[in-house]
Ligand binder design. Structure first.
Ligand SMILES: [Zn+2]
Length: 260
């Protein structure tokens, strides 16, 4: 991962996506905004209890990295489901209701999604010039948000899974994601048999979200997969973590856009 500062904001990028033609992206952190307390400082979540004026200023700063205005992006209202929004220029400035993934084949349609432990999954097909982004926590893995996103890219925009590059952004790692037996069973059932998606240690169960995303992507035929390798709960100095901060925290943003 490339770690860099832009206009006082700390962000990360995948080296291979950064080098790819026709696309730009940024994985924002919690550093570089104006929010205070549990939301310090670059919180982009409107519904987590933060001061909305601060959240708006954070959007202005974060999108400013790309020279974008808040009314020129498309966002979803994420609900841990598997609905995929196929969007275009007509959707700029809108929030897609009850949606956990976005796909577009149009340039100039920046996708902005928010995370705080769940995995950001970035998808790019350089052949069809198509992008997608999915939100996958354990509920998203069980609901199938990643699989639904790859399918939408294939069925609606003609992408071949073998052409798709996938990046798994900062997410809670197996080091920090202890779950109940019910959750562990549901995640295992949603992934290909034998995939190492639940770790067992001293009678405790830990979900490996990156491994679950990887297993589901491979099962769809996506093979070029890169991982950030950053655990949000281990790294609350740079990321928001719902688990590590007991539910009182913000959301960091991920931006992905096709260029004309
Ligand atoms: Zn960790």
């Amino acid at each position: 991962m490339i770690r860099e500062w832009r206009d006082g904001i700390l962000l990360y990028r995948f080296a291979s996506l950064q080098e790819a033609a026709g696309v730009r992206h940024a994985i924002l952190t919690r550093i570089g905004g104006v929010s205070r307390g549990a939301y310090a400082t670059l919180n982009l979540g409107h519904t987590v209890g933060d001061d909305l004026a601060a959240v708006e200023e954070n959007h202005r700063r974060a999108l400013g990295i790309f020279g974008l205005l808040p009314q020129r992006v498309v966002s979803p209202y994420q609900v841990h489901g598997a609905r995929v929004g196929l969007v275009g220029r007509a959707h700029l400035g809108t929030v897609q209701p009850a949606t956990d993934a976005l796909v577009t084949g149009e340039a100039g349609v920046p996708l902005l999604m928010r995370f705080g432990d769940c995995a950001p999954v970035l998808l790019f097909d350089p052949v069809r010039q198509t992008i997608g982004m999915a939100h996958a926590g354990w509920r998203g893995i069980v609901a199938g948000s990643v699989v639904a996103t790859v399918r939408t890219m294939g069925q609606r925009l003609g992408c071949a899974p073998a052409d798709i590059w996938a990046g798994i952004g900062p997410t809670i790692g197996p080091c920090c994601y202890e779950v109940s037996a019910e959750v562990a069973d549901a995640v295992e059932a949603a992934c290909p048999a034998g995939a190492p998606v639940v770790h067992r240690l001293d009678g405790h169960l830990y979900v490996d979200l990156p491994a679950a995303v990887r297993a589901q992507l491979r099962a769809c035929g996506v093979e070029r997969i890169e991982e950030a390798g950053l655990c949000t709960a281990c790294r609350v100095d740079e990321f928001f973590s719902h688990r590590a901060e007991n539910g009182r925290t913000g959301r960091f943003g991920v931006l992905l856009e096709l260029l004309a």
